[in-house]
Design a protein around this ligand. Structure first.
Ligand SMILES: NC(=O)c1ccc[n+]([C@@H]2O[C@H](COP(=O)([O-])OP(=O)(O)OC[C@H]3O[C@@H](n4cnc5c(N)ncnc54)[C@H](OP(=O)(O)O)[C@@H]3O)[C@@H](O)[C@H]2O)c1
Length: 410
């Protein structure tokens, strides 16, 4: 057992699927980690329970009303927890000098500012919020290069690639890497007849065969936009060009990704599909700690299948690759249009197949600009959301009592 003071951890998005898994791993290692801050948006009762269990120094929510609700729930409990609210408070706890590790697990564009604050604050940043890298990749990686921060990927695929590469890995070329094989399960509709996709429901789209996740990423998995976002994320994280990365469908989600080397070696990282493995890996890197995940039983597993992705069925994959090839603000536009489309689908305002249609229309009608600073990202994100709403209204109509969803912008 090690004998240092526990590392202080800030969990951004602690009430979500990744947040809860992170707290589960932290709770197994009280000698190594203490919880400094927890943050949420809507699930205030869950946050109150987490405060009772982990006694953080701060609990942060996005809106004032929710902060008052939380204060009311915790009244008289004599916890050391101060309740804060707002984007500035999220950035403040993510960059506080007392914090060593930040889990970036807010979903969507809303995660960008606090995650960037953690990078600029020189933290060990565990990146689950892929949208922040997709929408502001060059800026994000620039901030990382100028800071003392360490960025560790939490997405199981990127964590697998990270594990299959030498550390540190300056360039893929110098490491002898020929290509990266990014695996994806193909989601719940891998074999559904394309004609039936128009009528699938949000609950069907969220019923992932292998992973239990939040609703937004579950829909992204069903459209394979999740793999598209991961494709872009991998380009930035590993300094890869789009041609260096191939997507491979692997329905069992046991091989989490692979790296093909010049000498013919193919390295894979495998494990049961449980996010606590990449979370524990990144938290303790370069050590290894218990994650609570059972060992993979390959004999019981029996078989592993691989196939090429069907881009006619999953146009989002092609749209993401094209956005990365174009560069500049194109991935920002793709991400913003996708967030609006997914929320509209979850609200019943758009059919499943309308998601890709809407994104493609937004991309075709958006100007691509250089991302010089955060203002440029914010502007591209806002314009793309507005355009997505206009197109949603034009193609599908939106009623006054259910306006176009834009709530998750930066
Ligand atoms: N789940 C997975 O297995 C998985 C795997 C790889 C990568 N990821 C990535 O990890 C991130 C989180 O995914 P998830 O599945 O954990 O999502 P989730 O279950 O929906 O949780 C999202 C978290 O972010 C908070 N949040 C939502 N909107 C916010 C806003 N506008 N401002 C501040 N906080 C906000 C939520 O708070 P409330 O719930 O209280 O509203 C919740 O704590 C996503 O970027 C996803 O792509 C997830």
């Amino acid at each position: 057992m090690h004998s240092f003071a526990p590392q202080s951890v800030c969990v951004l998005g602690s009430t979500g699927s990744i947040g809860v898994s992170t707290l589960d791993v932290l709770a197994r290692h009280p000698d190594r980690y203490s919880v400094f801050a927890l943050t949420a948006r809507e699930r205030v009762e869950d946050l109150a329970q987490q405060c009772r269990k982990y006694s953080p120094r701060y609990a942060v929510v996005l809106e004032e009303d929710r902060a008052n609700e939380l204060r009311h729930l915790l009244q008289g409990e004599h916890l050391p927890t101060e309740v804060l609210w707002g984007m500035d408070a999220l950035c403040q706890v993510a960059s506080d000098s007392r914090v060593s590790v930040v889990m970036a697990a807010i979903v969507g564009a809303a995660g960008l500012k606090p995650t960037l604050a953690a990078v600029r604050g020189g933290k060990k940043v565990l990146l689950a919020n892929k949208e922040s890298l997709v929408m502001a990749g060059p800026l994000f990686m620039g901030a990382l290069a100028e800071s003392d921060a360490q960025l560790l990927p939490i997405d199981s695929e990127h964590n697998a690639i990270f594990q299959c590469l030498p550390y540190p890995c300056k360039t893929l070329e110098s490491a002898g890497v020929e290509r990266i094989l990014l695996t994806g399960s193909g989601g719940p509709f891998r074999t559904t007849p394309p004609s039936a996709l128009d009528s699938v429901t949000p609950d069907e789209a969220c019923a992932h065969p292998n992973w239990s996740m939040g609703r937004k990423i579950s829909v992204d998995s069903a459209t394979m936009m999740n793999k598209g976002l991961e494709f872009i994320e991998a380009c930035y994280l590993f300094h890869a060009s789009p041609a260096d990365i191939e997507v491979v469908v692997h329905p069992q989600s046991i091989v989490h990704s692979m790296v093909q080397y010049r000498d013919g070696s193919l390295l894979a990282q495998m494990g049961n599909p449980d996010m606590r493995t990449p979370i524990a890996h990144a938290l303790s890197f370069p050590d290894r700690i218990d994650s609570g995940v059972a060992a993979l039983d390959l004999i019981r597993q029996g078989r592993l299948d691989f196939e090429a992705p069907d881009e006619a069925r999953f146009p989002c994959l092609r749209l993401a690759r094209e956005a990365m090839e174009v560069g500049g603000s194109a991935p920002t536009v793709l991400n913003a249009a996708n967030e609006v489309a997914v929320e509209a689908f979850l609200n019943g305002q758009l059919p499943f197949t309308g998601i890709a249609r809407l994104i493609e229309k937004v991309m075709k009608t958006s100007e691509v600009v250089e991302l010089t600073d955060l203002n440029a990202v914010e502007l591209a994100d806002r314009i793309a959301r507005e355009r997505a709403c206009d197109i949603l209204e034009e193609l599908y109509g939106v009623s006054e009592d259910q306006p176009c969803p834009q709530s998750r912008s930066m």
